[in-house]
Design a protein around this ligand. Structure first.
Ligand SMILES: [Zn+2]
Length: 190
C-alpha cells in the first residue's frame, strides 16, 4: 500500500505532505501531481525536495511520468517506479523512440525506407517490419500500426530502465546518463 505525496511544485507543501504521508507508515510512496505541465526543472526540483523527506529504503513511484528524458532524470534523483501512457500515446501519433532521439514516422521521407523503426532494437516490430510499411499503415489509418509502434516504444522504454538499473549496479550510472543525454540530443539517423 503506497501513500501519495502531493503539493504541486511548491517545496513547502511537498515537505508537509511528505512528512504527513510518511508518518502514516506506508511501505512505498507515490509522487502525485507531476508531469501535468510543469517545466522539467520544476519537476526535478520537486522530486529532490520530496525524496529528501522520504525513508531511503522505501520505493518511490513517480506517477504519470514516461518520457525518456523525464524518467532518467527522475531515476538520477532516486525514483524507482513509473507508469504512463506516454510511450503508447506517442506511438499512436506515429512517434518512434530511439536511442538517438525520437522521430515522426508520418514524414514523407520514410515512405520507401526499408530499415526497421530503430536499427539497434530487438523488439518484435523492428524484427519484422520496415519504416516504409509502418508509415503506409499510419497514413491509411490501419489500426495495426498502433500496436506495432506501441510494442516498439514500450520495448525501448523498458530497455532504457533495464540499462539504468544495470548501470547503477555497476556503479556507472553517471556515465550512463551522460551517454544517454549526448545521444538523445542528436538527430536520429535518416
Ligand atoms: Zn523496436
Amino acid at each position: 500500500l503506497f501513500g501519495i505525496v502531493q503539493g504541486g511544485v511548491d517545496p513547502g507543501l511537498r515537505v508537509v505532505s511528505a512528512r504527513r504521508t510518511t508518518a502514516l507508515g506506508f511501505s512505498g510512496f507515490g509522487i502525485g501531481g507531476l508531469a501535468v505541465g510543469e517545466t522539467p526543472d520544476e519537476r526535478n526540483r520537486t522530486l529532490e525536495v520530496t525524496f529528501a523527506e522520504l525513508p531511503p529504503s522505501a520505493p518511490r513511484y513517480v506517477m504519470g511520468l514516461g518520457d525518456p528524458e523525464g524518467v532518467i532524470e527522475a531515476v538520477a534523483r532516486g525514483a524507482d517506479l513509473f507508469d504512463c501512457v506516454w510511450p503508447t500515446r506517442l506511438a499512436r501519433h506515429g512517434r518512434v523512440f530511439t536511442a538517438d532521439g525520437d522521430y515522426n514516422l508520418r514524414r514523407a521521407e520514410y515512405g520507401r525506407d526499408s530499415r526497421p523503426p530503430a536499427e539497434e532494437c530487438a523488439c518484435h516490430t523492428c524484427a519484422t517490419v520496415s519504416r516504409g510499411y509502418l508509415r503506409h499503415l499510419l497514413v491509411t489509418n490501419e489500426l495495426t500500426v498502433f500496436r506495432l509502434l506501441s510494442i516498439h516504444n514500450l520495448h525501448y522504454t523498458l530497455g532504457l530502465l533495464a540499462g539504468a538499473r544495470a548501470a547503477i549496479l555497476r556503479g556507472e550510472f553517471g556515465r550512463f546518463v551522460a551517454e544517454f543525454r549526448a545521444r538523445r540530443r542528436g538527430e536520429p539517423s535518416r
